[in-house]
Design a protein around this ligand. Structure first.
Ligand code: 5AD
Ligand code: SF4
Length: 427
């Protein structure tokens, strides 16, 4: 999401005559796009600020701005804590950047952290910063109306709003014309996408279908779905279109219904397993990845065991796994005690990671001997003779190149695998 936002920011500034540089020493303006989801994300930003502090010496024209979620969360306070920062700009205020930069350049600290109910930056064509020219993000909505007890997102990104579908379809068509072959539709909770116009409702399954129909040679992915909202209608839409990738990111967070209730996730572990069964029956061969939080408030050993059991049952192909990190102002911070000791959080997280490593490896071994369509994204990191791409199921495959190039689709027979990669040959 921050990559997509940075592309909007670069577009706004390009219109003002700025150009983007990959060399920080050359920059007259440095904007750090920030994340607040866990405490260590914010610590990294503070570390980054320290690391670039020396650039201000000998260049008093240099303006440093903190933008995004951490700017929104800490507001003016960050100016007291980090005196390198000249500008603090929240995620809904990027259109004001030109005037805020002027203010900062004239020596005043500039702040705009107003959240909006409407802003989607729909009319701003992002300047693509991704390098491969094959895959791209397309933001379809902003904000979140769910109130997961642990999560800071609704506070820093504001209320949910969907982007005009026509502007989404135009952006995707433009990407296709520029040679892109895969788009990932992005939103905090894509299932809540809604756009009503002339008594006609576009919901997420319909939007997804419209994007898929743009061209059979354009792959479509999306993230993130919420288990409470994911419908059979969406799964059937995925199954109907070959170019909608057969991969679902469905964050479970915990396998314990008691913990899920405390987290305010609005589903039980039974509901989640029912949804996975629906995925398996409607889209055979679909891969599923997830997010898991270890050590949420009051989590007992039996809750943790329920998480491990659910992981094993679901056989996740991939997972992002985190230690619970208390975020100021959230319901969990206000109402519950962060009472799982650090060493227990770490121990549980390590057990979760060890199990997922086993599951991820099993998921890849099952692919050995099978043929997959792969979209080539680049050369392999190890060798220019090998190409790298992903299967529809979102697994990385590496194979000898033989005259093919980025953006081509090829069929690859998987001959072996490592823990992270499928290795094979074109057939
Ligand atoms: N602590 C740990 N992990 C968190 N996530 C969100 N908030 C927190 C938190 N306070 C995780 C969730 C979410 C992912 C994007 O980040 O698993 O799905
Ligand atoms: Fe956070 Fe929950 Fe919204 Fe995801 S759905 S962004 S976890 S509040």
């Amino acid at each position: 999401m921050n990559v997509a936002d940075s592309e909007v920011v670069v577009s706004i500034l390009t219109d003002q005559g700025y150009c983007h540089t990959g060399d920080i020493k050359e920059a007259e303006l440095i904007l750090i796009n920030t994340c607040s989801i866990r405490e260590n994300a914010e610590q990294r930003i503070r570390g980054r600020l320290k690391a670039i502090g020396h650039l201000k010496k000998g260049n008093d024209k240099l303006v440093i701005g903190l933008i995004g979620c951490m700017a929104e969360r800490l507001k003016e306070k960050i100016l007291e804590e980090e005196n390198l920062v000249d500008m603090v700009v929240g995620p809904d205020a990027y259109r004001q950047l030109p005037s805020l930069i002027n203010e900062a350049e004239s020596g005043h600290k500039a702040v705009n952290v107003l959240l909006s109910r409407e802003e989607t930056y729909a009319d701003i064509p992002p300047v693509r910063l991704d390098k491969n020219g094959v895959t791209s993000f397309v933001s379809i909505m902003r904000g979140c109306n769910n109130m997961c007890a642990y999560c800071v997102v609704p506070y820093v990104r504001g209320a949910e709003r969907s982007r005009n579908p026509e502007s989404i379809l135009n952006e995707v068509k433009d990407l296709l014309n520029k040679g892109y072959r895969e788009v990932t539709l992005l939103g905090q909770n894509v299932d809540s996408f809604r756009w009503e116009e002339n008594n006609h409702l576009t919901d997420f399954p319909l939007l997804l279908e419209k994007v898929a129909l743009i061209s059979p040679s354009l792959r479509v992915r999306f993230s993130t779905s919420h288990p409470k909202d994911i419908s059979d209608d969406l799964l059937k839409t995925m199954a109907r279109h070959n170019n909608i990738c057969k991969h679902l990111h469905l964050p479970v967070q915990s396998g314990s219904s008691r913990i899920l209730k405390l987290m305010n996730r609005e589903y039980s572990s039974e509901w989640y397993t029912d949804r996975i069964k629906a995925v398996r029956s409607i889209i055979p061969g679909c891969s599923v990845s997830t997010d898991i939080i270890a050590g949420f408030c009051t989590e007992r050993e039996e809750d943790h065991q329920a998480t491990l059991a659910l992981m094993e049952w679901a056989g996740f192909d991939f997972a992002y796994m985190f230690r619970y990190s208390e975020r100021p102002g959230t319901k969990a911070a206000r109402k519950y005690k962060d009472d799982v000791p650090d060493e227990i959080k770490t121990k549980r997280l390590n057990e979760i990671i060890a199990l997922q490593n086993k599951l991820s490896s099993r998921s890849k071994k099952q692919d050995v001997g099978r043929i997959f369509e792969v979209l080539i994204e680049d050369f392999s990191k190890r060798s220019q003779d090998h190409l790298s791409g992903r299967t529809s199921q979102n697994k990385v495959a590496v194979f000898p190149g033989e005259g093919h190039k980025k953006g081509d689709y090829v069929n690859v027979l998987v001959e072996r695998c490592t823990s992270a990669t499928l290795i094979g040959k074109m057939v």
